[in-house]
Ligand binder design. Structure first.
Ligand SMILES: Cc1ncc(COP(=O)(O)O)c(C=O)c1O
Length: 388
């Protein structure tokens, strides 16, 4: 069959395959980034105007764009509603960004590790990804400078607040240093922030795009982690000179984001009800995080090291014995437990063995200990085989 040459670069998503296996009711899943079912708010539809069944504007619903711009300004991002584009989840931002910037061989700068589905999108369009190692408080600044000096990436893609998968939150100093370097080398920043609101331990973390003086930028967010991922509503805010291109790409992709989801998002964002919902979410997830920490200490103390995440949905474990964690997946699923291997989050998976990403929002606390005990058994037996 004759497909486009880019289809040869289309990789199957390990996450999708794992999530499919994790759907089985007997499987305890630490794999996905799913919000807890019990925290999905109940939606009301009675007031929804029938006119929303009509086609809408490609930019998105004007009132929603206003609310999002106001929220971004409160975070120090100077912007107007005219710079806001409503997208079908922030995943669509990654697709539009790929289409706008990437030809085969275009260099793109990412964190190591980075969000798997972003890598997939960039690589589908033929990007040559360059990675900057992560430390506990953000990227290695000397390495970032070196990469920018030696390459001319079309953009840098960063997830500075509760990074997926590493849970790292960049420090203030690193945020300033990154902004200064991107300005110096005039490299566009794509800042992806799905987890900003899921914060358990306070700390300042205003967006990097608000610190830029020269470089162009696109900031993207979503309601997937705070309201409902099934709504498929996200947004991007872009430098004025980038916006018209993104708008045309959006138009050609799907005309506009579904208006019903946008209307629902608008019933929440910026309201007191939403603020209360966020407070409830943080309490709920903080408790789940703490329960996971206790269970991890019990079962993984001798097997791995990790930092306690201050927000987001994941623990990122580093095994003391650097096994290829992809090989643990089948035996884990046999014991009805799913997790996300760390290797696919790196551009050179084989060079980064020994990490696991564990979601703490989904499995109920009373089943946690049992699930982690099973996973630890799988790892212990692989370590023993390795030693034999
Ligand atoms: C870093 C990152 N970006 C983007 C997304 C996609 O989110 P959405 O549901 O808004 O498409 C996710 C979802 O897990 C994510 O972790």
């Amino acid at each position: 069959m004759a497909f486009s040459e880019r289809v040869t670069r289309l990789k199957s998503s390990l996450i999708r395959e794992i999530l499919a296996a994790a759907q089985r009711p007997e499987v305890m899943s630490f794999a996905g980034g799913l919000p807890a079912e019990s925290m999905l708010p109940t939606l009301e539809w009675a007031e929804m105007p029938a006119s929303l069944g009509q086609y809408g504007m490609s930019e998105g619903e004007p009132a929603l764009r206003e609310v999002i711009a106001a929220e971004a300004r409160s975070l120090g991002v100077a912007c107007e509603a005219s710079q806001v584009l409503i997208v079908s989840g922030s995943q669509q931002t990654l697709d539009l960004v790929s289409k706008l910037f990437i030809d085969p061989g275009t260099e793109v700068l990412v964190e190591a590790p980075t969000y798997l589905a972003a890598l997939q999108s960039f690589q589908l369009f033929g990007a040559d990804c360059i990675a900057v190692p992560q430390e506990a408080d953000g990227p290695e600044i000397a390495a970032l400078r070196e990469r920018l000096e030696q390459h001319k990436p079309a953009f840098a893609y960063l997830i500075p607040t509760f990074q997926n998968p590493s849970a790292v939150r960049y420090s203030e100093a690193k945020r300033d240093a990154v902004a200064a370097l991107l300005d110096e080398y005039e490299v566009t920043l794509i800042e992806d922030e799905p987890y900003r609101e899921l914060v358990f331990d306070e700390g300042s973390a205003s967006p990097i795009v608000g610190r830029l003086k020269k470089a162009r930028w696109i900031y993207t967010g979503t309601v997937s982690k705070t309201l409902l991922p099934g709504l498929r509503v996200g947004y991007l805010i872009a430098s004025p000179e980038l916006f018209p291109y993104l708008l045309r790409l959006k138009q050609s992709a799907d005309l506009h984001t579904n208006r019903i989801g946008q209307w629902q998002a608008l019933q929440w964002l910026g309201s007191d009800r939403y603020r209360q919902h966020l407070a409830d979410l943080r309490d709920f997830y903080r408790q789940r995080r703490d329960a996971m920490q206790i269970a991890l200490e019990a079962h993984f103390g001798d097997l791995a090291t990790w930092e306690i995440p201050q927000g987001g949905l994941f623990f990122w474990l580093t095994l003391k014995c650097p096994l290829d964690t992809r090989t643990l997946l089948a035996p884990a699923l046999e014991r009805h437990v799913a997790f996300m291997p760390g290797e696919p989050f790196f551009i050179e998976p084989d060079r980064h063995p020994g990490h696991l990403r564990l979601n703490f929002s989904h499995v109920a606390p009373e089943r946690l200990s049992e699930g982690l005990a099973r996973l630890a058994t799988v790892i212990r037996s692989a370590v023993a085989d390795e030693a034999a």
